[in-house]
Design a protein around this ligand. Structure first.
Ligand code: 16G
Ligand code: ZN
Length: 534
């Protein structure tokens, strides 16, 4: 343990608040920013161990609380291929964050080293970044102490989006492989890769109208401006709204993808002009939704389900145009997917669809099983994955005509356009823009595919959410006993009714979701199920 004197000493500078218990949840640690100093310091230590356990590959650390209010903050770890931290390590994170004393921190550290058989002689490598929150610099300093305590070779990426950090980590760890190299691990490399793929795909098509981007007054604002500068083309004609990252109190306030999706309305600061095109990022730019006003001024949302069906349709048509046999496109959704989108995928697109539990890592793992797996949460978080089987089929493709060759080429270009490491608002936006430009579609034309069922999401505060257990991708309750039967009986009363109850992974509450054929049925169903839960 003498090797860890520095750990104990530095840990002393970041004592754990005695009255708080931390938990590494669906999106890492997330709570009031000021309380997270000890946790972020310790995440620095964990990142070092994780890197050593992965033979010195680079691990990512992102300081952000996404769409949460400005005073919150959070931190999460990124695994070598840019994916979320392997689930089996989440428990280590939680134990480490809750160690009471500096000696306890060293003890937890030693026990992880022992259980994982970690070779501590390996020099650890970590890449880190933060969003624009006021508490982020303080937390970054705590992280740097954690990294220094274990002599980590660290790269500071400054203020970038969460998906950019995931991309950098993947680039760094694939740099030595000619076949798998992902790109240059810099902001310029990111903009160059995605910008070039986008221009390759839209070349020769008519220019689109301006796209207004609500950046939630977060890190997406400066980053999308840099992307636009790099693309420098009328194909990417954007105007950033809610791009103020300097003034306090503005981040995610009355704006951003979560606000727009939850309230089914545009940001408070924006007036929509019929015919114009709008989208919103969340505070760390890993979610995106689109919207527009029709000629009567009514608001229409194009959420993650709409993006998912648009992408799946386009990919399915390209695969068929390329003449590649048995290259399957599939879609992964969660229980929150609007029922109309699921029917559309099954009945109209005739594509396989599976349900995963809420949280990106669950969708990601299901999508990896498909050749081309499109996954989105209704809230706008998602991406497309091409698995090894798909790559092999694309490599083997023998186009019989210029049209087939063009389709194969476009599939390769799409793979370059998409950030496969994680859902990415900027990359997803370029994907949507590509498809709309190629089809010559307005947002209203995109919206015509299907009409959303009326839906309602309620939050029910209960004494103990841990008594709620689910199965079937969170669509069926197994406990408390008998409650699912009550829900089923309520659902049966309403035409095309659907409802489910699940404990939140991020808040101390239970969520109730309901859909039905009419708005009033839907609301009645939601409130009666909530009544049964309470
Ligand atoms: C986290 C998830 C998000 C999910 C949300 C559900 C990631 C990166 N984020 O924010 O995908 O929609 O949790 O929250 O996985 P809930 O469990 O409180 O409903
Ligand atoms: Zn986010």
């Amino acid at each position: 343990t003498s090797a860890f004197t520095k750990v104990a000493e530095y840990s002393g500078k970041h004592p754990k608040p005695a009255d708080i218990t931390f938990a590494y949840g669906t999106a890492g640690f997330r709570t009031i920013g000021e309380t997270l100093e000890s946790t972020v310091f310790r995440v620095g230590l964990l990142a070092a161990l994780r890197s050593q356990s992965k033979q010195g590959q680079t691990i990512g650390v992102m300081i952000t609380a996404s769409h949460n209010e400005e005073r919150d903050n959070g931190v999460k770890l990124v695994d070598p291929m840019g994916e979320m931290l392997q689930q089996s390590w989440e428990g280590y994170c939680t134990s480490m964050a809750n160690a009471a004393t500096d000696d306890d921190v060293v003890a937890v550290l030693s026990s992880i080293i022992e259980s994982e058989g970690i070779d501590v002689s390996i020099r650890p490598k970590v890449a880190y970044a933060r969003d624009t929150r006021p508490s982020s610099p303080l937390l970054q300093a705590a992280l740097e102490d954690g990294l220094a305590a274990l002599d980590v070779e660290a790269i500071n990426y400054g203020i970038v989006t969460t998906p950019q950090l995931h991309y950098f980590v993947r680039c760094i760890n694939t740099a030595d492989s000619a076949a798998a190299a992902y790109g240059e691990p810099t902001e310029a490399g990111y903009n160059k890769k995605y910008g070039a793929a986008f221009l390759r795909l839209v070349e020769g098509k008519p220019h689109p109208s301006k796209l207004y981007i609500d950046a939630a007054n977060g890190v997406g604002a400066p980053q999308v401006r840099k992307l636009a500068e790099a693309i420098n083309s009328p194909y990417f004609n954007i105007e950033v709204c809610n791009g103020d990252t300097e003034s306090l109190g503005k981040l995610n306030m009355g704006c951003g993808a979560d606000y727009v999706k939850t309230n089914q309305r545009q940001p408070a600061s924006m007036t929509l002009t019929p015919g114009d095109r709008y989208c919103s990022f969340d505070g760390d730019a890993d979610r995106i939704v689109y919207y527009y006003a029709d000629e009567h001024g009514s608001f229409h949302l194009l959420d993650g389900d709409k993006i998912s069906t648009l992408a799946a349709t386009y990919l399915r048509d390209l695969v068929s145009a390329a003449g590649i046999e048995d290259l399957q496109v599939g879609v992964v959704q969660t229980a929150y997917a609007n029922g109309s989108s699921t029917s559309y995928i099954k009945d109209t697109l005739k594509l396989p669809t599976v349900f995963a539990k809420t949280g990106v890592k669950h969708l990601h793992h299901e999508a990896e099983k498909m050749h081309i797996g499109v996954y989105f949460e209704a809230n706008g978080h998602g991406t497309v994955l091409f698995n090894a089987g798909a790559i092999a089929k694309l490599r083997e493709a023998k186009p019989q005509s210029p049209a087939q060759a063009d389709a194969v080429e476009r599939l390769w270009a799409l793979r370059d356009l998409i950030n496969e490491s994680v859902g990415d608002a900027m990359s997803d936006m370029l994907l949507v823009e590509t498809i709309l430009i190629c089809k010559g579609w307005t947002l209203a034309q995109w919206d015509e595919a299907y009409t959303d069922m009326p839906s309602r999401l309620l939050k029910v505060v209960v004494n103990d959410r841990t008594i709620f257990k689910t199965t079937n991708a969170e669509q069926t309750l197994t406990a408390p006993k008998g409650l699912q039967d009550v829900v089923d009986a309520l659902v049966a009363k309403f035409p095309r009714g659907r409802s489910f109850v699940r404990p939140s992974g991020t808040e101390d509450a239970v969520r109730v979701y309901a859909e039905a054929a009419t708005r009033s049925d839907c609301d009645q169903l939601a409130y009666s199920v909530a009544g049964a839960v309470f």
